[in-house]
Design a protein around this ligand. Structure first.
Ligand SMILES: Cc1cc2nc3c(=O)[nH]c(=O)nc-3n(C[C@H](O)[C@H](O)[C@H](O)COP(=O)(O)OP(=O)(O)OC[C@H]3O[C@@H](n4cnc5c(N)ncnc54)[C@H](O)[C@@H]3O)c2cc1C
Length: 689
């Protein structure tokens, strides 16, 4: 069983209903592959916080089955194919019902399992059922009026997907097998010794170290939501969110970034159901129908917002299945694989538009994609010097959770400002996220984050003068880092929660500590209060070092304020925008807010925006005019990625957190399975429901 629930579970329903006279074995296997290491960064594939959640889900499932007179066949330390062999020593298998997979590693395991089943001889067959999505794959063709292969292509946008899927129905929740009477209705389990069924393993038995066990333990006390796994808790959370707290009215949606105050984790502005959806403890269809039921009595914008979020899940799952395949893991993104077999030869219209977006975006093929472990290490360990980024990364590391808003912020900071191979960051998320889900994580990185690269003059395809301004700002480019910090964490409560050393600073300085200069900590007062000038008595804003009227210095403060700021006493790893943002624009001559270029020439915001618009207009044609040559896109560079980096180079400060140096130097188990970094050019068929 891969979706760890009993409601709306097609494989379980079909196993019980289609051959009611045959006994049914429910099986779950903890394959060591998932507890190994990621390919590039050698991080634990399943961090211990998620590992513990997984065990809780399985425990809950086993209990639910037992209350219905059923058992769960459990094995760990072996693959599902090996477990199948143990199973066949006791029972004869007629049919195996399972969920269809779409990502390469899961497909690889599915293929191994199918092969093991085939080698058993006999007539046993594997039936793959479609699960996971709100819309059933079999309904797409009829609902949308054309076969999905015709319209789901690598450059399909979410907006177009939504338009197409609008007329497709959502099936009712399939709960039929649960309603069968306990005796007589359900198929019986096979008659074998109790010990044979196996037990839920401990984290230690799965190979986690003592430090990792402590980490999992601590996460619960640090997290705003003490996550526990299991279908029962998922259903309780759903009930509480929709019916008890009627929280749909407060839902603003993960991508509605204009709604302020979203980074206080316990609030109801998002559902916090993602770990349950990721482990399949909650069916998206059950959630959908509950939202519809709520809407009948109480119409609200939040209901549409939450359904929209579920459509994002569908979008990624279907596009990976039909179009992206392994291109999702490509350095240049799934729409822009260049000469990769099956990839686009030239950028599509969609990607030109998106890579030249509002932010003056550029084509990822033109980037050097540094393999800079020092930068990555600072990002992952929450020591970039930008508190809004660091707080989010510390929350992820210590609890396994991060709000969508923060995922975007740290992601954009990573690609725009650190300009390091984004796949390493995606792997860090893979390891750490409690709600990790292959298509959602890699899909969001590839579709949402990678498309936000800023353009620089050097990236200009075709040469010749094109931009009105010489270069993009040398300063922090991910505006979310400061802007969203101000909007969503006005009191800096979030930042201070995760970075204790900033606790005594006023909100603005806690968010932007570089505004403190040498000697500032000796000045009075460091609070949110205005301070009055000793010379002229004017009340000055808390961040002013000198009086606005007479230029006198702020009075000295008591020693209580001289907290050790650690890394925040220094400049962050990317220069923040200069404090004084007013100046004479070198382009239009006005005195206005703006910032300087890398050549230290000042331009106002309007001219920068105009430059970005010109980039959008001109970028597409220019890119199409000059497809990159094979020489620029060396085949090995494309397919090998970081595999070209010697093992030793990967042993950085962050990599070493995944285990000892000795462990890290070993070839990762992932490599044996391969698959993920190749390009899959077929779509696997699944059985309809
Ligand atoms: C770089 C990056 C990586 C991500 N990795 C994951 C991941 O591994 N697993 C994961 O579940 N989500 C991922 N997301 C999407 C999103 O951030 C989370 O689903 C969301 O924060 C979960 O919180 P929630 O349940 O309160 O969301 P809600 O707003 O309550 O949304 C309900 C559900 O809709 C789905 N959903 C919401 N937003 C998105 C989205 N943008 N894309 C796809 N599905 C969405 C999720 O299943 C979510 O639980 C990622 C986003 C980014 C930017």
């Amino acid at each position: 069983m891969s979706d760890l629930r009993l409601h709306d579970h097609e494989p379980v329903s079909r196993a019980h209903l289609e051959q009611p006279r045959l006994p049914v074995v429910h099986m779950h296997v903890f394959d060591p592959f998932w507890f190994g290491y990621t390919r590039l960064g050698r991080f634990r594939k399943t961090g211990s916080v998620r590992g513990r959640f997984w065990l809780e889900c399985v425990e809950d499932l086993r209990n639910s089955l037992e209350t219905r007179g059923q058992h769960l066949f459990l094995r760990f330390g072996m693959s599902a194919a090996a477990a199948l062999q143990q199973l066949t020593a006791q029972v004869q298998i007629a049919t195996v019902f399972t969920f269809a997979e779409v990502c390469s590693e899961e497909l690889q395991q599915e293929a191994e399992f199918e092969e093991a089943l085939r080698q058993l001889g006999g007539s046993a067959k594997l039936v793959r059922c479609w699960g996971y999505t709100l819309h059933h794959i079999d309904d797409l063709a009829q609902g949308c009026g054309k076969p999905p292969e015709r319209w789901i292509n690598p450059s399909l946008s979410f907006g177009s997907f939504k338009r197409e899927i609008r007329s497709c129905r959502v099936r009712p929740v399939a709960a039929e097998w649960q309603h069968l009477p306990k005796s007589g209705g359900l198929s019986r389990p096979p008659d074998v010794d109790e010990a044979w069924w196996g037990d839920v393993p401990s984290l230690a038995a799965l190979g986690y170290s003592r430090e990792e066990l402590c980490e999992a333990e601590e996460a619960r006390s640090l997290s705003a939501i003490p996550w526990r796994g299991g279908e029962s808790l998922a259903l309780a959370r759903l009930q509480a969110y929709i019916w008890e707290r009627r929280a749909l009215k407060q839902y603003v949606g993960t991508t509605d970034w204009t709604a302020n105050g979203k980074c206080t984790a316990p609030n109801d502005q998002t559902s916090k159901l993602s770990p349950y959806l990721a482990f399949g403890c909650l069916s998206p269809r059950l959630l959908y129908w509950e939202i519809q039921r709520f809407e009948k009595g109480d119409r609200c914008k939040g209901a549409k917002g939450l359904i929209n979020s579920l459509l994002w899940r569908d979008f990624y799952r279907f596009i990976v299945h039909y179009a992206w395949g392994n291109r999702m893991y490509h350095l240049y993104g799934p729409m822009n694989c260049g000469s990769v077999p099956g990839g686009h030869k030239t950028p599509t219209k969609w990607c030109c538009k998106h890579y030249n977006n509002l932010f003056g975006g550029s084509d990822p093929r033109l980037w050097t994609w540094e393999k800079n472990l020092e930068k990555f290490g600072k990002w992952a360990s929450g020591t970039t010097g930008f508190p809004f980024v660091d707080a989010a990364m510390l929350e992820l590391k210590q609890t396994g959770y991060m709000l969508h808003l923060n995922r975007e912020t740290v992601g954009w900071f990573f690609v725009r400002d650190l300009q390091t191979d984004w796949r390493l960051a995606a792997e860090w998320f893979e390891s750490r996220l409690l709600d990790y889900d292959c298509v959602l994580n890699w899909g969001n990185w590839a579709y949402f984050i990678l498309t936000q690269l800023p353009a620089r003059e050097d990236d200009r395809p075709g040469g010749g003068p094109r931009y009105t301004l010489p270069r993009y700002s040398p300063y922090l480019m991910a505006t979310q880092v400061l802007g969203w910090g101000r909007d969503h964490d006005p009191s800096a409560g979030y930042v201070k929660k995760w970075i204790r050393s900033l606790g005594s600073l006023p909100a603005e300085l806690a968010r932007e500590p570089w505004k403190l200069q040498a000697g500032d900590l000796d000045l009075e007062p460091l609070s949110d209060d205005f301070w009055s000038c000793a010379t002229c008595t004017l009340h000055n804003p808390p961040t002013n070092r000198r009086c606005e009227a007479c230029n006198s210095r702020r009075p000295a403060c008591s020693s209580a304020n001289t907290t050790a700021l650690g890394i925040y006493a220094e400049q962050p790893m990317v220069p923040p925008p200069p404090e004084d943002s007013m100046g004479l624009c070198a382009n239009c001559g006005s005195v206005d807010a703006g910032w300087a270029s890398e050549e230290a020439v000042f331009y106002c915001e309007t001219c920068w925006a105009q430059w970005a618009t010109d980039t959008v207009t001109l970028g597409g044609d220019a890119l199409r005019a000059r497809p990159l040559s094979g020489a620029e896109l060396g085949e090995s560079q494309i397919s090998d990625g970081w595999a070209l980096v010697p093992d030793a180079a990967l042993l950085g400060p962050v990599g070493s957190e995944g285990g000892t140096a000795g462990e890290l130097a070993k070839p990762p188990p992932v490599a044996k399975k391969g698959g993920r970094w190749g390009v899959r050019d077929r779509t696997d068929k699944v059985a309809g429901g």
